[in-house]
Design a protein around this ligand. Structure first.
Ligand code: HMG
Ligand code: MG
Length: 298
């Protein structure tokens, strides 16, 4: 059975922009985020407090957070890998942060220069500070289907980490197919394994579209009780530490599918498509989203 309503988490300003070679001015990032919330998004991931030497694109997150129009009822999470990042998030008056780890040791090390266990050690002070400041914490697991360095990942490995993040206090666990190699049966097996430990309503799917499977994967896991989906306007995105991985599933594509299915989500397709054209013009590239391309051609 499919749900009547889902929640979309717009990750374009973070996942979408972290991988772009062309620097994006703060003004453009602020306008992007404000347009996304104006289009109806209630969660817009807005940046990362990570090392600017590792991810230069996210270096201006403090300025971005100071200048966006914070709408009541809208959440603007930022990624934080450690205490230092959390200090930045607290200073920027963020109300929500996201911690991130991976189901593969090799990817965890490439992405954050530490083992999976060490990533959890770094989360401890983050969670402590979040509790002190009344901030919500989302948890990400990368490489939930396969790792670009070490190959297939067992669903049970993902389940163990999801359980750990949930028990640590993450209100939601986002399951990332970082390199977009999953197919529906694999994604369903992974979600079902995780759901033995964490309630399905606490899970989100974060699918990259490298092999063009993400809409099929979303439909499949939606049929298994997943109701939160991470998407990026224009299908931007990619992880700098996952070579060859392309963008997140496009927000336009997901909205078009949901509209066709009669599933409510609260985001306006035309406004998102317009926002996609705005950010793609700034980046000097075409939208990856098929729906965005189709709407442009009309
Ligand atoms: P490290 O080098 O091991 O850290 O990096 P360190 O603690 O040894 O510190 C080294 C330097 O980094 C020091 O500066 C620190 O001050 C600085 P120096 O003295 O050399 O000038 N530093 C920081 N600066 C700013 N903010 C911080 C911070 N921490 C240390 N928070 C670290 C460890 C995690 C910081 C680094 O590896 C890093 O920043 N990695 C970037 C990870 C990242 O952003 N990846 C992309 C996001 S995850 C993703 O895209 C996947 C996802 O979308 C889901 C999916 O698709 O699967 C979420
Ligand atoms: Mg991602």
């Amino acid at each position: 059975d499919l749900p009547k309503r889902v929640r979309l988490v717009e990750v374009g300003p973070r996942d979408g922009l972290q991988n772009e070679a062309k620097p994006v001015p703060v003004d453009v990032k602020v306008e992007l985020i404000d347009r996304l919330t104006a289009a109806g998004h209630t969660t817009v991931e807005s940046g990362s407090f990570v090392s600017p030497r590792w991810v230069p694109q996210m270096a201006s997150t403090d300025e971005v957070m100071a200048r966006i129009n914070r709408k009541p009822g809208v959440s603007y999470p930022v990624l934080v890998p450690n205490k230092q990042g959390m200090n930045g998030a607290v200073e920027a008056r963020c109300e929500e942060v996201a911690v991130f780890t991976a189901a593969s040791e090799a990817f965890c090390r490439k992405n954050t220069n530490c083992s999976i266990d060490e990533s959890f050690e770094r989360f401890a002070p983050v969670i402590e500070a979040a509790q002190k400041h009344g901030m919500r914490v989302r948890g990400y697991i990368s490489t939930v289907v396969a790792c670009p360095y070490s190959g297939d990942v067992a669903p049970e490995a993902v389940a163990i980490l999801a359980d750990r993040l949930f028990r640590m206090g993450c209100y939601e666990i986002s399951l990332g197919d970082t390199i977009g190699v999953g197919t529906p049966a694999k994604c369903v097996a992974m979600v079902d394994a995780v759901a033995q430990h964490v309630p399905r309503e606490k899970l989100a799917a974060h699918f990259h579209d490298t092999y063009g499977q993400s809409l099929a994967n979303i439909l499949a896991v939606m049929g298994r009780g997943i109701t939160v989906f991470d998407t990026a306007v224009a299908g931007l995105g990619g992880c700098p530490y996952a070579k060859g991985a392309s963008g997140n599933v496009g927000t336009e594509d997901v909205i078009y599918m949901l509209n066709g299915l009669g599933i409510a989500h609260g985001v306006d397709l035309d406004a998102i498509a317009e926002t996609g054209r705005f950010i793609c013009a700034a980046l000097g590239r075409e939208p990856a989203s098929k729906v965005a391309q189709a709407l442009k051609a009309q």
